[in-house]
Design a protein around this ligand. Structure first.
Ligand code: AMP
Length: 576
């Protein structure tokens, strides 16, 4: 996106879409049903009819497990109209959240056209707010790909972002818009890939206008890599030679075209990196940067303070709400604080329905009502998102909880609340992802003034002894200095208590009755959450789409964190 006209066209389109949301949603559903009412799946419920009322009364709300047998048949090579008429060109491999079961979501030519449109509209919003970014310079965006796997019928299964990076349109423009060379994006070793992307970003530091990744955790991982290796980066830049451990030939070739000895540049980077505090390091290293872009809502909200610390006042832009199942919404006010970000749904992306949820005394249960249409959601209400897509998903539970925060024209705007069903429970308590994020946030308030930032947290319900108790794994870092952590036990036990206090009435009464034992914080070594990420990436998750699990339920993941514990603290008293 370069010209003013294109930006204006994009903004105009957003206005039109959001003004005519109801009509567009009807059209989208009409088109989907017209094409697919006769498929084996929909045929069972609709008998080839395309009536919306029939769709609403007959077609069931489903989860991935319900449609998995149909997806498996497509993956196994059955081509007759099983879920959809359109040819499936590939599958998006998704885990929803890391630790979830792998899913294969069908993708069609229509899906990739919608993706292009969604990204164009997003670019209009960004250009409106930050000026013409492509004219101003390049983006340092950390992008990673996962190798394709093949279904028995020869269809490719790739992560949705790998599919995007493979797209010819993206490939043609990558060198114009991004600092990262394609070869580094496609390097299968994520460590080498990240090192090379960061190295090029440093070499081209005066061109960089934004620092980004899809999710916030990856930007922080890159900063950690720099913290651990900045002398090596400087030495590479000074000599124009790449470290020997970068063995990937694609990366070496691409970087050899970019690197030349530049001792002066190396010195200036060394100067910045050798300062005691890394506060504002992103702004100092990339002085033309206008913002950091990375999804920082939901489970990623745990990284906001830390990213802000490194960003030194740069706006943190949480731009999109999307999933492998559908592109959903754009943040029309990119300068909004992450805690207040809402995503405006684009009604042409899919047919969206919303299952009302009641949030009562910190527990959620689904109200026994029918899903409502996009334009009929109510302000302040919580909903679970259902998607009916062009690619064979019908009334499909994405697994996300959203809250209506406002409207843009006639289209609702949603705050991302949490993943559904990520729950810690040891007795009658039910602690959701959002509850946990709030509890840790409360405890962080105590550590902030002492100069600690958080590198990640997750939770675990330890029921190995009776009564069971909550364990919070937490990686903390001193703002200044590295690793010599001497955590004050008094403050840390107070952190445990603050978390317990934040967990609400049901948790508290369980504690009083001794049905739950004291909450425990297990502080882990630096790099433990990177090791956790590596574990999930090795299991098939794409690093670009990795989401820190809110709650650990795999033994291997547990072992990674538990073997890195450096200190344990327990809540000293029962919460009020
Ligand atoms: P995947 O399809 O595996 O990349 O995962 C998509 C999931 O990522 C969504 O269903 C959400 O749970 C999460 N997600 C996507 N966008 C956001 C966002 N803006 N804020 C919070 N979580 C998000």
């Amino acid at each position: 996106m370069a010209t003013t006209n294109e930006v204006e066209d994009g903004l105009k389109m957003i206005e039109e879409l959001t003004t005519n949301a109801e009509q567009i949603q009807e059209q989208v559903l009409g088109q989907i049903l017209k094409r697919n009412a006769g498929t084996e799946y929909l045929g069972r419920y609709l008998n080839s009819k395309t009536d919306k009322k029939l769709f609403k009364t007959n077609v069931p709300v489903v989860t991935y497990e319900d449609i998995k047998p149909y997806i498996n048949r497509i993956a196994n090579g059955e081509t007759s109209n099983i879920l959809l008429v359109e040819p499936v060109i590939e599958f998006y491999r998704s885990s929803g959240t890391s630790g979830g079961q792998p899913k294969w979501i069908p993708a069609t030519a229509d899906v990739s056209n919608l993706r292009t449109l969604f990204l164009t509209l997003l670019a209009s919003v960004m250009n409106k707010n930050f000026g013409n970014l492509h004219q101003a310079g390049k983006r340092l965006e950390f992008m990673f790909t996962k190798q394709d796997t093949e279904t028995p019928s020869g269809l490719k299964a790739v992560s949705a972002t790998t599919s995007l990076y493979k797209d010819q349109g993206f490939r043609n423009n990558v060198s114009k818009f991004y600092t990262s060379p394609l070869e580094a994006i496609f390097c299968s070793d994520t460590n080498q890939s990240m090192y090379c992307q960061l190295l090029v970003g440093l070499v081209q530091r005066d061109e960089v206008v934004s620092v980004s990744s899809i999710f916030a955790s990856v930007v922080l991982r890159a900063i950690k890599l720099l913290e651990d290796h900045w002398r090596e980066f400087c030495s590479n830049i000074s000599s124009g030679q790449i470290s020997d451990w970068i063995t990937d030939s694609g990366c070496r070739n691409a970087l050899s075209l970019i690197m030349k000895p530049d001792p002066q540049l190396a010195d200036s980077i060394r100067n910045v990196c050798s300062s005691k505090s890394w506060e504002g390091i992103i702004k100092k290293l990339w002085p033309k940067t206008k913002f950091i872009a990375a999804i920082s809502t939901g489970v990623m909200s745990q990284y906001v303070e830390t990213l802000k610390f490194y960003g030194g006042g740069l706006p943190l832009v949480s731009g999109v709400y999307a999933s492998s199942e559908a592109y959903c919404g754009i943040n029309l006010e990119p300068l909004t604080e992450p805690s207040n970000v809402s995503y405006t749904f684009l009604p042409n992306m899919a047919y969206f329905e919303f299952l009302p949820i009641n949030k009562e005394s910190l527990t959620m249960y689904q109200v026994d009502t029918e899903p409502v249409d996009l334009v009929h959601v109510e302000l302040g209400q919580y909903y679970e998102l259902l998607v009916t897509s062009y690619a064979g998903l019908y009334r499909y539970k994405v697994g996300d909880v959203l809250k209506v925060t406002g409207f843009h024209n006639s289209t609702p705007q949603f705050q991302f609340v949490e993943r559904q069903n990520v729950i810690l429970s040891v007795h009658t308590d039910k602690t959701t992802e959002e509850d946990l994020l709030k509890a840790v946030k409360e405890a962080k308030i105590l550590l902030e003034p002492l100069g600690y930032i958080s590198r990640g947290h997750t939770s675990y319900a330890d029921t190995s002894s009776i009564p069971g108790h909550y364990v919070i794994f937490w990686e903390l870092k001193e703002k200044e200095g590295n690793d010599g952590q001497v955590l004050d036990p008094k403050i840390m036990t107070e952190c445990c208590y603050r978390m317990e206090e934040s967990l609400g009435y049901i948790y508290g009464s369980n504690r009083k009755q001794n049905a739950i034992a004291s909450l425990e914080i297990r502080v882990v070594k630096q790099g433990s959450f990177d090791a956790l990420m590596d574990y999930y990436v090795s299991r098939g998750t794409s690093m670009t789409q990795y989401k820190t699990p809110s709650c650990i339920n795999s033994q291997e993941a547990f072992n990674i964190l538990d073997s890195n514990v450096i200190a344990k603290f327990f809540s000293p008293k029962t919460p009020m």
